[in-house]
Design a protein around this ligand. Structure first.
Ligand code: ADP
Ligand code: MG
Length: 652
């Protein structure tokens, strides 16, 4: 090896993934070419864009293209582009390592993966396009020179190796060439012989026809020369373009097959599976543009990671302008993929201009409505499978829209689904909830928490269960947020069952219980005052409850208080918050509570003058148990354990 060649180790996960790829039984090996052409096309887009933005960049953009080259004897297939190219650091970073943010996730999935079926799923999820070459090649070499740089880089690795080499070259044509040393194929397996012209033509036509750049190949053609006796057959080499280059979004829907749309989706979104929904549309009038959007059928692993990018590309009159155009899609629709091609923008638009542009704002508004109405259609369809898939994959993201998209709030509420006590496994829409509301019920009840189990077992739920009232079970972190700002649906207010006072009685019941309540208040009077003093550090009020049937006590918040979960979320994100004290509600019929009341009155003087520590401890135990019952954390668990142990020792 010369001193220019460095040998580097693959990341462990990357190596494992390559192993999967090599031994994959993935039936559709042809797709490796789609991936290489897709990368080449991206590289050409990027070069074109760079040359607009940087007038000093010395590059020739007069003949941007992709080229396939076959050496049948040596069984080498080369895919070449004269696009943006990569620097040495980029090669190591982009080709030698997988997306950093996904590594932990990938590691986990590799551990759980079943070898034979894992490859396809993993490929799809982690978008490892370039590595798919190892499905068909024993050795892969990549030579690249970045636009504007003079040195070039060569990367090479053999199938199954845990290392790759990197070499610096003095020169190379600008752009990237990927050479595959193809595996040998059996005679009867010629369907997978990628040195064959017909095979390459077929793949390009099937997967890459819409690519905007020409995909060229030198082919042999037989021509006749001369006349009559002189006539002679001759074989000549000729450059042919294999793809039609027709931008899919400019063609009427009736002329494009679903297959074509699906392949285009795989190109723009770097996905390997089919989209859930295809949304082509065209706007004419003041602002003219065409859009082709897709709702994916699986959520990418990094949907909730900070680096996740929005998936809509901006074109201006067929010219690619930018990936990840944030101005075209709100963050809560970041999973939507596709392209928007605007007629009247300048090719030089920058992000800054886009942010101000009225046309872009109008387009965005329209795109959002279009996506939401598509979801609504899925929801309204006879067969709900697509809607269910959509909601499972993207519901959590969509609900983020409830926080800030005021214009579409009503629609968002309509298309959302929530777990509820009505059914263990079928989520409900709000419309369905409202239809089922009990007579006299005028609120939509919900409870937020960390898990369904925790919510259902919480004391707050008792009276609702007893009365058969449906409660929405909200366990996504985003639920904590939106319930704070969305007040009603269809004229019905949202009410947390863990906040404020609950009033579940009908007018008749109210009259009946009024007398009882007055009596209870009288009976307890001083006890509540004492308890409040005894628990002053932990609670802001002690009162009698109408929501408990079996538990002695529970904690509730005031209507505008933070819930404990929300507090924890804020703290976890590093924000300092004053502690919110909550309200302790007591079940006036529970023996522990009535017992405590009676004991208080029997020793009133001693208790009030601080000479009955026993009762103070009972109060602490009562409070601590209420914290534990809702799945909360005690401030001083060892103290709680200590007084409980003492108490148990005496009664064992
Ligand atoms: P993806 O295309 O989904 O990002 P790939 O594995 O196909 O994943 O490619 C990884 C990265 O390597 C690309 O994002 C790109 O930055 C770089 N790359 C791959 N092929 C080329 C190419 N022909 N020209 C320039 N960069 C390339
Ligand atoms: Mg790719």
């Amino acid at each position: 090896m010369t001193e220019h060649v460095e040998q580097l180790e693959f990341q462990a996960e990357t190596h494992q993934l390559l192993e999967l790829m090599i031994h994959s039984v993935y039936s559709n090996k042809d797709t490796f070419l789609r991936e290489l052409i897709s990368n080449a096309s991206d590289a050409l887009d990027k070069l074109k864009m760079a040359s607009y933005q940087d007038k000093d960049l010395e590059v020739d953009t007069s003949d941007l293209h992709v080229e396939l080259e076959v050496d049948a004897e040596k069984r080498i297939l080369t895919v070449r582009d004269n696009g943006i190219g990569m620097s040495k650091a980029e090669v190591v970073d982009l080709i030698g390592t997988l997306a950093k943010s996904g590594t932990a996730q990938l590691r986990k999935q590799l551990l759980e993966a079943k070898p034979d079926q894992a490859a396809e799923e993993l490929i799809g999820q982690f978008g490892i396009g370039f590595y798919s070459t190892f499905m068909v090649a024993d050795k892969v070499a990549l030579t690249t020179r970045k636009a504007g740089e003079s040195e070039a880089t060569r990367w090479e690795s053999a199938a199954g190796s845990s290392t790759y080499t990197i070499e610096t070259l003095d020169s190379a044509p600008q752009g990237t060439a990927v050479s595959l040393h193809l595996k040998t194929v059996d005679e009867d397996d010629h369907l997978f012989d990628y040195t064959k012209e017909w095979k390459l033509r077929e793949i390009v036509k099937k997967y890459s026809d819409f690519i905007a750049w020409p995909i060229r190949m030198q082919v042999e053609r037989t021509i006749s020369e001369g006349e009559g006796e002189e006539k002679e057959e001759k074989t000549v080499l000729e450059d042919q373009i294999l793809n039609s280059q027709k931008a899919l979004w400019t063609r009427p829907r009736s002329e494009v097959s679903d297959e074509e749309y699906k392949e285009f989706y795989k190109h723009v979104s770097h996905a390997w599976d089919d989209p859930l929904e295809i949304i082509p549309f065209k706007a004419e009038g003041t602002f003219e543009y065409q859009a082709l959007l897709f709702i994916p059928s699986t959520a990418p692993f990094d949907l909730f990671m900070r680096e996740h990018q929005r998936g809509v590309q901006l074109y201006v009159r067929r010219v690619f302008i930018m990936d990840n155009c944030e101005e075209l899609m709100p963050e809560y629709l970041r999973f939507v993929k596709g392209v928007v091609d605007a007629q009247d923008l300048s090719l030089n638009v920058s992000r800054e201009i886009l942010q101000q542009d009225r046309q872009i704002q109008a387009i965005r508004k329209r795109l959002v409505r279009k996506v939401l109405s598509t979801v609504k259609d899925l929801q309204g369809a006879e067969d709900k499978t697509s809607y269910q898939t959509f909601w499972k994959e993207f519901g959590r993201v969509l609900k983020e829209g409830l926080l800030n998209d005021f214009d579409n709030r009503e629609t968002l509420l309509q298309v959302s689904s929530f777990a509820s006590t009505h059914s263990d496994d079928q989520p409900t829409t709000l419309t369905e909830y409202v239809e089922r509301m009990a007579e006299g019920q005028d609120k939509i009840f919900y409870m937020t928490g960390e898990s369904r189990h925790q919510i259902e077992a919480s004391p707050h739920m008792e009276a609702f269960k007893a009365k058969g009232l449906e409660v929405l079970v909200l366990t996504d972190p985003v639920d904590e947020m939106w319930v704070g700002s969305v007040t009603e649906f269809d004229g019905k207010q949202f009410q947390s069952i863990a906040k404020g006072e609950v009033d579940l009685e009908s007018e008749d019941e109210k009259k009946e219980s009024e007398a009882l309540r007055e009596q209870q208040d009288k009976d307890f009077g001083d006890v509540l005052t004492w308890l409040q003093k005894a628990l002053d550090d932990s609670v802001k009020q002690v009162r009698l409850s109408s929501r408990l049937t079996t538990s002695p006590a529970c904690l509730v918040g005031d209507v505008f208080d933070f819930t404990p979960q929300l507090e924890r979320m804020y703290r976890a994100s590093g924000q300092a918050l004053p502690e919110t004290k909550r309200i302790l509600e007591l079940n006036p019929t529970h023996p522990l509570v009535t017992g405590l009341r009676d004991a208080y009155f029997q020793n009133k003087d001693a208790v009030d003058s601080g000479n009955a520590p026993e009762l103070g401890e009972t109060a602490e135990l009562l409070y601590g148990t209420a914290v534990l019952a809702e799945g909360g954390e005690l401030k001083d668990p060892s103290h709680f354990a200590h007084i409980l142990t003492e108490r148990l020792t005496r009664t064992v």
